[in-house]
Design a protein around this ligand. Sequence first.
Ligand code: ADP
Length: 167
Amino acid sequence: MKIAIYPGSFDPITSGHLNIIRRSSKIFDKLIVCVMVNAGKNPMFTLDERVALIRRVTADLPNVEVDGSHELLAEYAKRKGSCVIVKGLRAGSDFENEFQMAMINHKINPNLDTMFLTAEHQYMYMSSSMVKELASYDVDLSDFLPEEIIDDFKERVSTIHQGGNRI
Ligand code: ADP
């Protein structure tokens, strides 16, 4: 069985992420979407909340499993019996960083390869951080976030604003 892992921060999951999930779930027998901890980022949603949001929007995809991990990705993949990491590649900025991560993961675990799916044009410039920027303004979010999570996102934005914090 070909198992692939799609790792990321998913804070929150965007329509661009969901597009990569849908496309790769057709390529592999099983896709594990894994929310990873990024020490450099101060997340809007906890790891468990992000896992729950992704589960909700992938409920119609039977071969997609959603998980969260504090482990090193190469170690996590080994434990899950997977030898493929799936990544989305957006215009410009992703390449250098993703190339470096793919090399490092392959060095730590030589059985592990990274496959890139190019972002579809309408998602090319979309990121979780961009959606968080837009949240401060009254913008229709339906082109950016899966419909099922928009209310949760707006609620979190207003809680953060009430606390006097910037996103
Ligand atoms: P970000 O916070 O920038 O959205 P993540 O760590 O959550 O980044 O992204 C996880 C993976 O999903 C990365 O491989 C990233 O390149 C990819 N990705 C993020 N947004 C998109 C998008 N709009 N289209 C395609 N791939 C994407």
